[in-house]
Structures are given as structure tokens and as C-alpha cells.
Design a binder for this molecule. Structure first.
Ligand code: T46
Length: 137
């Protein structure tokens, strides 16, 4: 389905915890961009798109959030509720983010710069493109 869960290493001592993230080690692509989403009001749902080429890892560094990942054949809801847990989302996967807790901060590592042309926001168009993409040998 082009998704995967990553558990980052964590260093905990009496001073607290530290989670290091390094490309090629735990993140399977070169990180070109980082952004974060926070202050999402209760009941708000974001996303509603797929990417053609972009790969990303989503990490909820504070609070919790649910991610719906979907292809034409299957869908899953994943709860991100720990700063050690990352959700890898590869190309051609529809995503929606919802049930943000008030304190949620969703950090995203991305494999490329922001490119509007990489977004597919029409679900019918996405379905057709995904059928071709996943059918390729
Ligand atoms: C994704 C999910 C998980 C920028 O100017 N630069 C950026 O790097 C990004 C990501 C967004 N923007 C602008 C474009 C919009 O005017 O920020 C505004 C909100 O973006 P968008 O509506 O695409 O946000 P989400 O939460 O629907 O989706 C975002 C990412 O765009 C997307 O790649 O996979 O988070």
C-alpha cells in the first residue's frame, strides 16, 4: 500500500527523552523539507489528496492525531500518538488527517520541495492514476 510504520530510537535518562532522526537510517529518503501542522480545531479534517512522487514521514510530536490512508483497494486508519512513531507515506496514497487533539503537533519530513503540481486533489482522478500506478510491473 506504499505505507509503513517507523519506530525511531529514543534516548531516555533522568533529564528526559531525545529522539534522533536521520535520513537513510530510519527515514528512507533524503529530507528536503520539514513542516508542521498544529492548532487544528476539533472536528477539522485536512488532507484529501495524494501525491504523485512525494514521499513523507508523519510524526505526531505532541498529542495525537488519526491518519486515513487509502488506495482504490484498501484503507487504514492509523493513530499517531507518540513522538517515537513515524508513518511513512509513499507516492499515490490518498491521505486525510483528523481527530487532532488540542495539543497535537504533526511534524512532516518530505522528500522534495513544495510543488503544487505533485498534488492530486480530485479523488476520481486519483483512483484512475492509482490503478495505473499500482498495476505497473
Ligand atoms: C500532506 C499532508 C500530510 C506551503 O506553502 N508549503 C508547504 O510546504 C506546504 C505543505 C503547504 N503550503 C501551503 C499550501 C496551502 O496554502 O500551506 C497551505 C496548507 O496546505 P494544505 O492545504 O496542502 O495542507 P494539508 O494539511 O491538507 O496537507 C499537508 C501537505 O500539504 C501534504 O503534502 O501530505 O499535509
Amino acid at each position: 500500500m506504499n505505507i509503513g510504520l517507523i519506530e525511531f530510537p529514543q534516548h531516555t535518562d533522568e533529564y528526559g527523552s531525545l529522539v534522533p532522526i536521520e535520513e537513510s537510517d530510519t527515514v528512507p529518503f533524503d529530507i528536503k523539507r520539514v513542516y508542521y501542522i498544529y492548532g487544528v480545531e476539533n472536528g477539522m479534517r485536512r488532507g484529501f489528496h495524494s501525491h504523485v512522487n512525494l514521499e513523507q514521514v508523519l510524526i505526531c510530536v505532541s498529542g495525537h492525531v488519526k491518519i486515513l490512508v487509502k488506495t482504490p483497494w484498501e484503507e487504514k486508519e492509523i493513530l499517531l500518538n507518540h513522538p517515537r512513531s513515524g508513518l511513512y507515506i509513499g507516492p499515490m496514497v490518498w491521505r486525510e488527517m483528523f481527530d487532532f487533539s488540542e495539543d497535537a503537533v504533526l511534524l512532516v519530513l518530505a522528500s522534495d520541495h513544495y510543488r503544487v503540481e505533485d498534488y492530486i486533489r480530485d479523488y476520481n482522478k486519483y483512483e484512475k492514476m492509482a490503478q495505473q500506478y499500482f498495476a505497473k510491473p
